[in-house]
Structures are given as structure tokens and as C-alpha cells.
Design a protein around this ligand. Structure first.
Ligand code: GRF
Length: 220
């Protein structure tokens, strides 16, 4: 059973997916604390509804990011958190958090990293004209969206897509792969070799492919 601390800044749909999987007995974890850096966000409502302790620690009163992170670390350690989950947490974390939880901070990013790091990625993907998009769960390092990749999901991008429709398609997959990454951690399967994270003893994706737009005339 892994003690999770979940950091949020917004709606918390990823938090909800994790809560649902825990409650359904699919995830060998418990959420010890939900911390938001923004007051009154819906993620806090979700925690309350499920009887999960929550805290607001606003970043606004802090001059240095490190001091803010120190407060977060204290709150996490007080609850004996082992694994820190950034679920729509819109702050860059510092070495203060990363040193307290080495290779124990996971983030979800709504793109196929290393493509489209940063924010506003769905519009950027539509504008760029990529035919596939997706999401990534990775361990957090000191860069922005640069840490070792644990799991990714791919979705097609359609000609009719807007940032909103693409976001919705990707979000559905986020809700699956974040829990999967946590469960792989809980089962002790994640082995890091440099940048590469291996899921020991876990099946890999079949040797298949997707083409978008799909091939018709050369199909045989
Ligand atoms: C998700 O798209 C996630 O990838 C990004 O922020 C969004 C958070 O959504 N990091 P939610 O708060 O979990 O609903």
C-alpha cells in the first residue's frame, strides 16, 4: 500500500480517476493528503466528498519557490507520503521537493513528450497539424516536462479537432495511464536505467501500428 500525496491546482479530474480506482480496489494506494496551491478549486471539493484530508497552501505569500516547496514538503512528510502525484498542478517544482522525494514525484503531461512540453499544448498540436497526440506520465526532474517517461498513450488528431475536443480525447487516456503508472510503482515494477524506465515483468504494447489518415489503397 503506497501513501500518496496529490498536488492539484484545478478541476482535479485526474485526482477523481485515482480516487475511483482506489475505491474500486484497483489501486494499491491510499491518498493521505490533497494539497492545492489555489483556493476553492473543484479538486478540493472532490477530496472532501471522499473524506480525504486536504490543504490549501497558496504560493502567493512566498518570495522564493524553494520556501513554498519547503512548506509543501513538510505537509507531505507529516502525512508520511511516499509518492507525490502532480495531478494538474500548475507550479514548477524545485529541488527542495525533488530532493525530499527522489524519483518519487510523478507528473501527467497532456502530450507525447518530448513533443509539446509546457502549456496550451492542444492548440499547439492542432495548429502544428500533427496526426497523433497523447499523454505522458513521467518522473519529475529539475527541467520542465523532461523527466524519465513511465507510460504514454496515443490518440489520433482529426481534421475537425479544436483544442477542446483534442483535450477531451487525451484526458480520457490520462485518467487510465496515471493510475496505471501508480500501480506499477506500487507493485515495485518500475526500474530506472538512466532516462529509461522499465516496467519489469509487465506486458509491453503489441507490435502494431496506427496510421492517420488510414491507408486504404495499399491495404492488402
Ligand atoms: C490535465 O490535462 C493534465 O495533463 C495537466 O493539467 C490538466 C489537469 O486536469 N497537467 P485535471 O485538473 O486533472 O482535471
Amino acid at each position: 500500500m503506497v501513501n500518496l500525496g496529490v498536488l492539484v491546482s484545478g478541476s482535479g479530474s485526474n485526482l477523481q480517476a485515482i480516487i475511483d480506482n482506489i475505491e474500486a480496489g484497483r489501486l494499491d494506494s491510499q491518498i493521505k493528503i490533497v494539497i492545492s496551491n489555489v483556493p476553492n478549486v473543484f479538486a478540493l471539493e472532490r477530496a472532501k466528498k471522499h473524506g480525504i484530508p486536504s490543504l490549501v497552501i497558496s504560493h502567493k505569500g512566498f518570495k522564493r519557490r524553494e520556501d513554498f516547496d519547503q512548506k509543501i514538503v513538510q505537509a507531505l512528510q507529516r502525512q508520511e507520503v511516499e509518492l507525490v502525484i502532480l495531478a494538474g498542478y500548475m507550479r514548477v517544482v524545485t529541488s527542495v521537493l525533488l530532493r525530499a522525494f527522489p524519483m518519487r514525484v510523478m507528473n501527467i503531461h497532456p502530450a507525447l513528450l518530448p513533443s509539446f512540453p509546457g502549456t496550451h499544448v492542444w492548440q499547439a498540436e492542432v495548429d502544428y497539424g500533427v496526426k497523433f497526440a497523447g499523454c505522458t506520465v513521467h518522473f519529475v526532474d529539475e527541467g520542465t516536462d523532461t523527466g524519465p517517461i513511465i507510460i504514454q498513450a496515443v490518440v489520433p488528431v482529426y481534421d475537425s479537432d479544436t483544442a477542446e475536443t483534442l483535450n477531451a480525447r487525451i484526458l480520457k487516456q490520462e485518467h487510465k495511464i496515471f493510475s496505471q503508472a501508480i500501480q506499477l510503482y506500487a507493485e515495485g515494477r518500475l526500474e530506472t536505467q538512466g532516462r529509461r524506465v522499465l516496467a519489469k515483468g509487465f506486458p509491453q504494447a503489441p507490435d502494431s501500428f496506427m496510421i492517420n489518415p488510414p491507408v486504404k489503397i495499399f491495404d492488402r
